[in-house]
Design a protein around this ligand. Sequence first.
Ligand code: DX5
Ligand code: ZN
Length: 215
Amino acid sequence: MIKIAPSILSADFANLERDIQKVSSADCLHVDVMDGAFVPNITIGAPVVQSIRRCTGMFLDVHLMVEKPARYIEAFAQAGADLLSVHLEADHPSRIAEALRIMDRCGVKKAAALRPITKAEAILPYIEELDLVLVMTVEPGFGGQAFMDSQLETIRRVRAIVNQYNPACEVEVDGGITPKTAPLVVEAGANVLVAGSAIYGAADIPAAIAALRGS
Ligand code: DX5
Ligand code: ZN
C-alpha cells in the first residue's frame, strides 16, 4: 500500500492546527526539523512537535536535518514523535548507531535518511534494525524544489537492499513529489511519499492526497 505523508513545511505555521486537520485523510504527518547547520534553513524544534502531538492523533514522522542528531533523540521522542529519521551524513557512523540505540530505548521507530550524494549502500550497516529508509529526491533544506530524476536509481538500489535484508522496512521519498513524479518513485520501489507543496498548494487537498496515492 502506498502511504502519503504531507510535509507541514508548506503549511501556515501560524495556523498549524487548522492545516494539520486539512490533511487528516493522509497516512502520517511529516515534520521537518532543520538546524541551520546541517542544512542552511532553520525550522522548528521539540516544543513545536509537542504542541503538534497535542492536536493530532496522526503518526508523526519527524525528519531530523540536524548535525549530531544523537543529542536530540530523547527530546523529540518525549515530545511525541512516532518515528525519527537521522541523516547518515550528520555524524560519524558510531554516533549514528548510538542515535538508533537511543531510539530503541525511547520506543520510537527508526529511520536513516540519505542526501542525494549518498550511495544506497550506506544503509548496509544499519539495515536490519531500520523501520524505514528515507531517500531524498531533492537537496534537503527547502520545500518546492524540482525532483532529481537521478535519485530513481538510488530508490531502486535501496529497495533491492531492503528486500534482501529487511523486507518489512519501508522506503520513503522526500522532495519534488507531484502527481507526475509519484508513479515514477512508486515504480522504483518507494512506498511512503512525502509531499509539501503538491498537497498544501492544491485547491482540493483530499483530492491531491488521493491523486498522489494513485487512487
Ligand atoms: C526538504 C524537506 C521536505 C519538503 C518537501 O528538505 O525535507 O520534506 O517539505 O517539500 P516539497 O514536497 O515541496 O518538495
Ligand atoms: Zn522532509
